[in-house]
Design a protein around this ligand. Sequence first.
Ligand SMILES: *[C@@H]1O[C@H](CO)[C@@H](O)[C@H](O)[C@H]1NC(C)=O
Ligand SMILES: *[C@@H]1O[C@H](CO)[C@@H](O)[C@H](O)[C@H]1NC(C)=O
Ligand SMILES: *[C@@H]1O[C@H](CO)[C@@H](O)[C@H](O)[C@H]1NC(C)=O
Ligand SMILES: *[C@@H]1O[C@H](CO)[C@@H](O)[C@H](O)[C@H]1NC(C)=O
Length: 382
Amino acid sequence: MQSRGVPLEEGKERSNQSKGSPLRPLRLLVLFLALCVVFSVISIYTVKHFGIQSVVTTVSSTFQPCYDEEPGGLDKWTRPPLRLIHNMSDKELLWRASFVPRIKAYPFARVPKIAFMFLTKGPLPLAPLWERFLKGHEKLYSIYIHSLPSFQPQFPPSSVFYNRQIPSKISEWGRMSMCDAERRLLANALLDISNEWFILLSESCIPLYKFSFVYHYIMKSKHSFVGAFDDPGPYGRGRYNENMAPLVNITKWRKGSQWFEVNRKLAVNIVEDTTFYPKFEQYCRPACYVDEHYFPTMLTIQAGNVLANRSITWVDWSRGGAHPATFGRADITQEFFNRVRGGHRCLYNNRNSSVCVLFARKFAPSALEPLLHMVDSKVLDF
Ligand SMILES: *[C@@H]1O[C@H](CO)[C@@H](O)[C@H](O)[C@H]1NC(C)=O
Ligand SMILES: *[C@@H]1O[C@H](CO)[C@@H](O)[C@H](O)[C@H]1NC(C)=O
Ligand SMILES: *[C@@H]1O[C@H](CO)[C@@H](O)[C@H](O)[C@H]1NC(C)=O
Ligand SMILES: *[C@@H]1O[C@H](CO)[C@@H](O)[C@H](O)[C@H]1NC(C)=O
């Protein structure tokens, strides 16, 4: 909503100014010149009578402490921000996050990290499972949480989730505010130059393999795992609006799961976008669910050849209806994991593979205890 309103307002302001009286700037100029003359006279007088030395010393000693706080080296560009809480507006944040170095090789030893971005309502009931999964890999990941703004997290300082909440806003399923939240997560994660892969997760997601396996699968992949397919039916092409042409041709219209994995380059594509955003905001409203179409379609147009066109987060739609199945205590068995991890065929780096998903959803809080037992009994080999 904001970005549609703002450019109009700015345009209005600008045209008002140019229609204003031409005498006003002239008057300002005269005033400015007068001030300059007065100031010059004063400074000449000062230098003559007190000597310039004292003036310069006073000025430099006043400013010195500021420079001391800033490290002179490359450090300030390469270390992650000390705190995730900042007061940048979305507009400021997206702009800042879109900075990209032009030289490809990093002049320091960069260890690429996975950014796990949790889009949640509030608490993370499966947090203990994630703690087990992440333990011992501290240099290889970062965590970001977007929740309802009112939510006060209770993680202890020893938790990997402690102080990992980003400034958040209310977001609604199927609306642009949901994509805004995802862009906010990406933008905050981009501020850490070491983050190379960005995975969107929810509070009901779990990992299916141990960390080193997940890390290598993603690192070695030539493609980013964004679900994107051309659905000819009413819930696919049927949601296309012709007002999006010619920017979005119906042949490039895609649908896909919201739960994506993108590399740094695609993450920048998403945060820097000002072209597709207004079209989708205006012409993809319920029953067009924008979080299922905006990123898959935009990335297909901008970088289709680097997309795997499949999500790495498994979800079970087989029970039918508007919502996927949720698994609780009784569902968690070894057979369940054999079924979820096996039984798929997909392309991985243009080769047939049977490992197609690394994460799964949706799991109820009641699944936590049996899930931890699965870890203890090495069904989940964290
Ligand atoms: C953020 O804080 C700084 C000072 O701490 C202030 O100058 C700036 O205007 C604030 N920005 C916003 C968007 O509130
Ligand atoms: C969409 O692309 C096809 C060819 O790829 C072209 O024939 C058609 O005119 C395009 N439609 C619009 C609305 O631009
Ligand atoms: C994904 O789809 C795009 C076209 O939409 C295609 O160019 C690309 O090759 C596909 N990716 C894979 C891995 O097949
Ligand atoms: C993958 O397997 C299918 C049969 O299941 C085969 O037709 C296809 O050629 C294989 N593709 C590659 C790239 O090996």
